[in-house]
Design a protein around this ligand. Structure first.
Ligand SMILES: C[S@@+](CC[C@H](N)C(=O)[O-])C[C@H]1O[C@@H](n2cnc3c(N)ncnc32)[C@H](O)[C@@H]1O
Length: 263
């Protein structure tokens, strides 16, 4: 708790990210990752394996970009730094462990950006979603762009905020929650599809809430009905083992990995 407070006070993050709750979310994720280290290990290894396959198959070795780099738990950072002249890590928030991890890697840099295209809309600074990726993704030297367990996260805060709000965000009204979430998911995929670089996509697809007998009590589609086709690799991620959110319930996510994603 004290450690979380320290991160909240000392992390350099833009005011918008603080105000909209992105900094708090990252700190909360870091705490959960620490508590669930053992349960998460197979998922983190599987994610890294897909990214390593993408690195090995990429011919253009100038720049690699990681979207949703976060705490770098599922990102094979050393492999990327060894394989590419330059590695750019993009996230809404970069916490201290990630900042420390790149200190000894002079070819790795961090970029703070909103990848949902919704932050400016939420604060009233834009009239609609702006679904562009950072320009580095489309630079001629960029050979690999990895979307690292990011896609399902992009709509969470914006949809929550729109649904809780009594005023519209640009053309979106509080009743449009699902359509808004779907547009954010589609927007990220459309932007990835427009790149000439190889795209590696790792994302969770849905969440089930199960009891100790394996009975499913709830299921949520995390991608708002958007289908990705057959993944190269698929696995489950025990996001919240028994006791994490409820004594007799666990949360399981299905995850898909594509080392060479195309629409
Ligand atoms: C499940 S985590 C990904 C884990 C990360 N790849 C790692 O290895 O730690 C999702 C990440 O998406 C980031 N994120 C969520 N919404 C974002 C947004 N609108 N723009 C940029 N990053 C965002 C979060 O800050 C978080 O780091």
């Amino acid at each position: 708790m004290l450690l979380d407070l320290l991160h909240l006070l000392t992390t350099p993050a833009p005011r918008v990210q603080r105000r909209l709750g992105y900094l708090r979310d990252s700190i909360w994720l870091m705490s959960r990752a620490r508590r669930c280290r053992r349960a998460w290990a197979p998922h983190l290894e599987a994610s890294q394996a897909v990214m390593r396959a993408a690195i090995a198959a990429t011919e253009r070795r100038d720049t690699a970009v990681v979207l949703g780099s976060g705490l770098l738990l599922d990102v094979p950072l050393a492999d990327l730094a060894a394989a590419f002249r330059r590695v750019v890590l993009v996230d809404a928030v970069h916490l201290a462990p990630a900042r420390r991890a790149i200190r000894a890697l002079p070819n790795v840099e961090m970029l703070t950006a909103d990848l949902s295209g919704a932050m400016a809309l939420m604060t009233g600074a834009a009239r609609d979603l702006d679904l562009r990726l950072p320009p580095v993704c489309a630079e001629p030297g960029t050979g690999l762009v990895i979307s690292a367990n990011l896609l399902s996260q992009l709509p969470i805060r914006p949809v929550e905020r729109l649904e809780a709000s009594r005023r519209p965000f640009g053309p979106w009204t509080p009743e449009d929650g699902d359509a808004f979430g779907r547009r954010i998911v589609e927007g990220h995929l459309d932007a990835l599809a427009g790149l000439t670089a190889r795209v590696c996509l790792v994302t969770d697809l849905d969440e089930t809430e199960e009891d100790r007998e394996g009975q499913v009590h709830a299921r949520h589609d995390l991608l708002y009905g958007v289908s990705l086709g057959s993944p190269e690799r698929a696995w489950t991620w025990e996001l919240a083992p028994f006791g994490e959110t409820a004594r007799h319930r666990c949360l399981i996510h299905r995850v898909a990995g594509f080392s060479d994603w195309r629409p």
